[in-house]
Structures are given as structure tokens and as C-alpha cells.
Design a protein around this ligand. Structure first.
Ligand SMILES: Nc1ncnc2c1ncn2[C@@H]1O[C@H](COP(=O)(O)OP(=O)(O)OP(=O)(O)O)[C@@H](O)[C@H]1O
Ligand SMILES: [Mg+2]
Length: 340
């Protein structure tokens, strides 16, 4: 067993603890096994380019998992392999316990995919194309399910429209309808909200939550970090084909969320007094701002000490505020640290 697996195992253990403490029940733990189980996945394209290197990943049933990574990190490649659109060079992938090579049909029928690139037949009509998608998976026709999906996506009024007459956001909704109409248990959304307006993005988020509440496992890639922060139960960060970290969103924020405490001083200082050097303070704002940077886990305990030391040095502050790094900051730091 290699290091990557060990890391994921650690995460699993930690996740259990967090889930117990979290107000939301961890739906994911209610079913045994993994929705998606990936081990040692490699992809080398014909060009020789290595797009994925030894990826291990476990996605639990019913969770919303966000895959974050810069352009070219390998997100679409990973999803394409799971969906059978790209062949892996090595490793194994099981969807709901079904190997994607040996049991392709069983694996594929459990998956819905909303691809990053919207390839649609411009002349097709909404209702027909969604109905056809269901048939592709060998599911019996069901006008009721087609209607429900179209209504859920506010497409019912457009059902007889040709795709070329729809707006970009509506076309994206049709892609989602096509991905949902065969009732998949695992839904991949590759950059679902790229280029959609704020309102549609909100709608998408609501839809994703509704699906999750119905027990669908959601794996999404996004460049909008606030999306992962708001939506995802867990986040996986991928860079240059490697998974750098997999963690509960809240835990990631807690562990890596660097915090800053800024004190606005009554009187400007020329320099930080020697008695305060140990705190690594930063003086700015013309000598009127002192900033203390700390990690939430270890250094927090030093704050009372710092305040006492300030008092002893006769430094009076009139205001203070704290700031926490966003997932965006964390992400940038992780990628930078892993590519020195
Ligand atoms: N068919 C292909 N042949 C050769 N290289 C490819 C092929 N498809 C993708 N790649 C390369 O593999 C790498 C990963 O691409 P991929 O599309 O998986 O990235 P991504 O993380 O989805 O990026 P983005 O955020 O831009 O969508 C890129 O460097 C890309 O150029
Ligand atoms: Mg992509």
C-alpha cells in the first residue's frame, strides 16, 4: 500500500470525528462501501503527457465532493476515465463496487455526466433529446420521469424548442437533464457553473443539494472556490495529475486556515519592542497596525500572552480585528507548496 492510500485512510479516520461533531449528519456513512473507489490511477496520453499519476480516491455514498485544481490539473481526465470516455493507462476504478472495465455497463448505468464542453445537437428538440438519453442507458421509456426532470430544471415550457434556440444557461440545463434522466446514483458535474449567471448558479446549487438529499452522490469540479466552500462536504485538491489533499471542507479550513489578528494602535510605534519579538509581529500602517499571524490549531493559545506582553510594554490599542484565509488562499498555498 503506498503513501497516497495511507493519506486517504488518515482522512477517513479524521472525517468520522468531524462528522460526529458537525451539526449535519454524515449521510455518506450510512451506506457501506464507496460510491467511487479509485486506486493507483495513471493516465499517459498518446503524446506521452502524463495527465494523472497514482491517483487514489474514495468517494462516499451521498456526499458532495469538489475536485479543485488549476487548468490542466487532470480533473476532466479523471472524470472521463470514470465515465469510460478515456482509457486509463493503469490502476482500477470501481463505481458502486462495479469495476469500470470488467462491469462497464453496470458501472456506467450508475453514472450521470454533465461534461465541461457542451456538445449538443443544435436541431434536436429538448423533450426528444432528453427522452433519447434515457434510452441510451437501456432504461424503459418513462414520460413521467422525463417530465419531472424537465420541470425540475425549469425546461418544461421549452420542451418543444430546438436546442439552438436556447440560451447558454438553458443549454446547460438540458445537459443536466440528459445526465439525470436515467436516474444515476452518482452525478459528475464538470465545471457546472462556468459561464452561467449568478441566478442560475444559485439554482444549480439548490438542485445539487436537492439531489444529494435524494441520496445522489455528487462530484463536481469548479474554479469557483466559494462554490466548493459552500457546497462540498469534502474537497480534493489536484495539481499536475496528483491528488495533493483530500479533506472535509470545514476541516481543511480549520487546519490550514491561517488567521491574522490586527491591532490598531492608539499611538504609532517606530519599531516592534524587543519584548515582543518572539511573536513575529508585523508593523504596518505608519506604525499604527500590529499584525499577529497564527495557525488555528497551535498558536491560538499565545493570544492572551501577546495581549499581556503588549500591556507590559505600555502599548495601547483602540481596535482589533481578525481575518481568516479563504479556501482560495489555502488552495493557492497548497499548489505552491507542492510545486516548489
Ligand atoms: N487527448 C489528449 N491528448 C494529450 N493531452 C491531453 C489530452 N487531453 C488532455 N490532455 C492534457 O492533460 C492535462 C490535463 O487535462 P484536463 O482536461 O484533465 O485538465 P483539467 O484539470 O480538466 O483542466 P481545466 O480546469 O482547464 O478544465 C492537460 O495538460 C491537457 O493538455
Ligand atoms: Mg476540465
Amino acid at each position: 500500500m503506498d503513501d497516497g492510500t495511507a493519506v486517504l485512510r488518515d482522512t477517513d479516520t479524521g472525517a468520522g470525528t468531524v462528522a460526529e461533531a458537525a451539526p449535519q449528519p454524515d449521510r455518506a456513512s450510512q451506506r457501506p462501501g464507496s460510491a467511487l473507489h479509485i486506486t493507483g490511477l495513471n493516465k499517459r496520453y498518446d503524446s506521452g503527457f502524463r495527465a494523472l499519476e497514482d491517483v487514489d480516491l474514495d468517494i462516499r455514498h451521498g456526499e458532495i465532493f469538489a475536485l479543485l485544481g488549476p487548468n490542466g490539473a487532470g480533473k476532466t481526465t479523471l472524470i472521463s476515465i470514470v465515465c469510460g470516455l478515456v482509457t486509463a493507462s493503469g490502476g482500477t476504478v470501481a463505481v458502486d463496487g462495479h469495476d469500470i472495465e470488467r462491469e462497464f455497463r453496470a458501472a456506467r448505468s450508475r453514472i450521470g455526466l454533465v461534461p465541461q464542453e457542451l456538445a449538443t445537437d443544435a436541431f434536436a428538440k429538448v423533450h426528444a433529446t432528453v427522452t433519447y438519453s434515457r434510452g441510451l442507458f437501456g432504461k424503459p421509456p418513462s414520460p413521467a420521469i422525463v417530465e419531472r426532470v424537465l420541470r425540475d430544471l425549469s425546461l418544461w415550457d421549452k420542451r418543444d424548442e430546438r436546442l439552438m434556440n436556447l440560451s447558454g444557461g438553458m443549454k446547460r440545463r438540458v445537459m443536466i437533464a440528459k445526465a439525470l434522466v436515467h436516474e444515476p446514483r452518482i452525478l459528475f458535474l464538470d465545471e457546472p457553473t462556468a459561464g452561467v449567471d449568478v441566478e442560475l448558479r444559485r439554482e444549480m446549487w439548490e438542485l445539487v443539494r436537492r439531489l444529494r438529499d435524494d441520496g445522489v452522490t455528487i462530484i463536481l469540479t469548479t474554479h469557483y472556490i466559494e462554490e466548493a466552500e459552500e457546497m462540498a462536504d469534502r474537497v480534493g485538491v489536484i495539481s499536475q495529475g496528483r491528488i495533493i489533499v483530500v479533506e472535509h471542507t470545514t476541516e481543511l479550513m480549520r487546519q490550514l486556515g491561517r488567521k491574522q489578528l490586527t491591532l490598531h494602535l492608539q499611538h504609532a510605534l517606530e519599531a516592534v519592542p524587543p519584548s515582543l519579538h518572539a511573536f513575529g509581529l508585523e508593523l504596518s500602517g505608519g506604525g499604527r497596525e500590529l499584525t499577529y499571524t497564527y495557525d488555528d490549531t497551535s498558536d491560538r493559545a499565545h493570544i492572551p500572552e501577546l495581549l499581556r506582553a503588549l500591556d507590559a510594554a505600555g502599548i495601547v490599542f483602540r481596535d482589533l480585528h481578525t481575518q481568516q484565509s479563504s479556501l482560495e488562499d489555502i488552495f493557492v498555498r497548497l499548489v505552491r507548496d507542492s510545486n516548489p
